[in-house]
Design a protein around this ligand. Structure first.
Ligand SMILES: Cc1cc2nc3c(=O)[nH]c(=O)nc-3n(C[C@H](O)[C@H](O)[C@H](O)COP(=O)(O)OP(=O)(O)OC[C@H]3O[C@@H](n4cnc5c(N)ncnc54)[C@H](O)[C@@H]3O)c2cc1C
Length: 551
């Protein structure tokens, strides 16, 4: 039996009895599964699409305290976020890396407004004192030349100086996957993707006894009954739909907010760290962020109310223009839509406001989380951030312990100091990172030797699979064998990030990557062609709806 193979998981989901069933394989659900399994609960997790295919692959990829939340006077939130940031840097150094942020300061005649400089300085001191400094460096004021060294196309006419402060970044989809794999491989959770829950089951007294999921999402007859003492609803923006299965009516507790990012070549907007740039006529900022191991940077995010369908929200032309205009306003890059090589749009699962917050912009709504238990035994966790998934999971599993009437001492949370699968500190070692396969260490940690081993007798597997991107055939095979990739999209959009970095290269690579996957996933030639065609059609749709050309 393989602990992270879908067929094995489906069999066990049908055969075994569980303490906890987690619905949703985003960062929150994967975190809950790890927390519950490591406390000794027999745990199952089912995800309707691929792991992280919801919001958790579409974030800004920052593990941060959230400097702007200080402006909203959310001191406790920032403190908690920064504590979680530090835990992630310690527990997953192979996946989470420190990232310096530049705040350029603009002014007139070489002088920056004292009020602006003072307000940034105060905020950054507060950030450091709230826990930011634990990353090992405190913020600093830098010269105009230093700012230009990081973002050389900054418009020098008004640039006066800058501030540098320190946060962290992660590949959101890979972090989510690492949590699901740690839960399954190291703590015995039973985990399956492409298994949507359609019904919650109840006993004679009305309490929840588990759920029905589909073993094949395209076949309504492929029902799989999963027995569990408690069900955790960790379905992000879909949480109200699952609550409706339990409560009988839709609670409308989530207000989704759409956020879009675009990727552009670094030679058009060079940036070797992250930079915070103001958006003209909008009282908010966006980030310009270097993509590691590539000659690309991304820009984001927008933050707008969203009422459309929850699956695959579209990036629209005005979203792209908003981001490009913000960059063009402070640089000489003169970006146009023709520069964009990739796009992604995600939905923030924000808690719907009440009272005076009703009229607030989505960017002003709190990023806190809530845990709610229904009378039937369904525990729903909503809101929060990628950065705070561990605390969300802890609070949720504490509610599970209370619901089951178990001892909180015997079932105490263990994740604060828990290393994630592949844990390796080599990414912090400049000598190790100077080696020829350093990139693998930053993605696979201690498992990188096993990924490279796949290419021992097949050196062609170390060749890039898509033009302008570093991903190799060995990573494709690893995704199929060890990371439960089921489709071409799983490999090109989440196990690697080709689809959102260079969408057109990913489309060109689709047929050859499908052929590489075919023997691994038991596809015949027709199925491999179908997979490639489906992937190309979905990327084309994304590009066209964003107002971008296919060439
Ligand atoms: C644009 C944007 C930028 C962001 N940037 C950051 C950032 O830089 N840093 C940060 O900390 N946070 C950031 N966030 C927030 C963060 O990404 C989210 O809070 C987090 O990813 C939410 O994770 P989740 O697991 O709750 O939801 P999701 O990732 O959406 O997971 C829910 C899962 O449930 C599944 N599901 C739904 N219904 C069912 C069902 N019936 N059966 C089975 N499965 C089901 C879905 O398929 C989905 O995969 C950002 C968010 C957005 C949108």
């Amino acid at each position: 039996m393989h602990r992270f193979r879908r067929e094995d998981s489906l069999r066990r989901l049908a055969d075994e009895d569980f303490d906890v069933l987690v619905i949703g394989g985003g960062i929150t659900g994967a975190g809950v599964a790890l927390d519950a399994a490591s406390r000794g609960f027999k745990t199952a997790l089912v995800e309707k699409g691929d792991f992280a295919s919801g919001t958790s692959s579409k974030s800004s990829k920052m593990v941060h305290g959230g400097l702007r939340y200080l402006q909203q006077r959310e001191f406790r939130l920032v403190y908690e976020n920064l504590a979680e940031r530090q835990r992630l840097l310690d527990n997953a150094p192979h996946l989470v890396a420190p990232l310096p942020f530049l705040i350029p300061l603009f002014g007139r005649d070489g002088v920056v407004s004292k009020t602006v400089a003072r307000s940034y300085s105060t905020a950054l001191w507060l950030y450091d004192l709230t826990g930011g400094i634990r990353i090992g460096s405190r913020h600093q004021r830098v010269s105009k030349q230093d700012a230009l060294a990081h973002l050389p196309t900054l418009n020098t006419a008004h640039l006066v100086a800058g501030f540098l402060y320190f946060d962290a970044r992660a590949d959101d989809a890979r972090l989510t996957l690492a949590l699901a794999r740690t839960a399954a491989i190291e703590h015995g959770a039973v985990v399956a993707n492409y298994a949507p829950v359609t019904t919650l089951t109840t006993g004679p007294d009305g309490t929840t006894t588990g759920a029905i999921a589909l073993a094949d999402p395209s076949d309504p007859a492929s029902e799989l009954a999963i027995r569990a003492r408690v069900v955790v609803n960790a379905t992000g923006v879909w949480a109200d739909d699952v609550r409706a299965l339990d409560e009988g009516s839709h609670p409308h507790s989530i207000r989704p907010a759409k956020g879009v990012h675009v990727t552009v070549p670094a030679d058009r907007l060079p940036c070797d760290i992250a930079a915070v740039i103001p958006v003209p006529k909008d009282r908010r900022s966006i980030f310009v962020v270097s993509w590691p191991d590539s000659d690309l940077v991304y820009l984001g995010t927008t933050d707008t109310d969203y009422t459309g369908p929850l699956d695959n929200p579209a990036c629209e032309p005005e979203d792209v223009d908003y981001l490009l205009e913000a960059a063009n306003n402070v640089t000489t890059s003169k970006l146009t839509r023709a520069d964009v090589t990739g796009v992604w749009a995600g939905l923030r699962p924000l808690l719907a406001p009440s009272g005076k917050e009703l009229s607030e912009r989505t960017s002003d709504l709190s990023r806190r989380h809530t845990v709610r238990s229904s009378p039937h035994g369904v525990i729903t966790v909503t809101g929060g951030k990628l950065t705070t998934y561990r605390k969300m999971a802890q609070d949720t599993v504490d509610a599970v312990v209370r619901h089951l009437g178990e001892s909180s001492t015997a079932r105490r949370c263990l994740t604060k100091d828990m290393h994630l699968i592949g844990y390796s500190r080599a990414t912090r070692d400049p000598v190790a990172m100077a080696g020829p396969h350093a990139r693998f260490v930053g993605r696979y940690g201690s498992e990188s030797a096993a990924v490279l081993e796949l290419a021992r007798d097949r050196p062609e597997l170390l060749e890039p699979i898509a033009e302008g991107l570093p991903y190799t055939g060995a990573e494709v095979l690893w995704a199929a064998r060890e990371e439960m990739a089921q489709t071409l999209d799983d490999v090109l959009a989440r196990r690697t990030r080709a689809g959102i970095q260079r969408a057109r290269s990913a489309m060109h690579a689709a047929p050859s990557v499908a052929r590489l996957l075919a023997p691994e996933l038991g596809w015949d030639a027709a199925r491999a062609d179908e997979e490639a065609a489906r992937f190309v059609a979905s990327v084309e749709k994304d590009l066209l709806s964003a107002g971008l050309s296919l060439l």
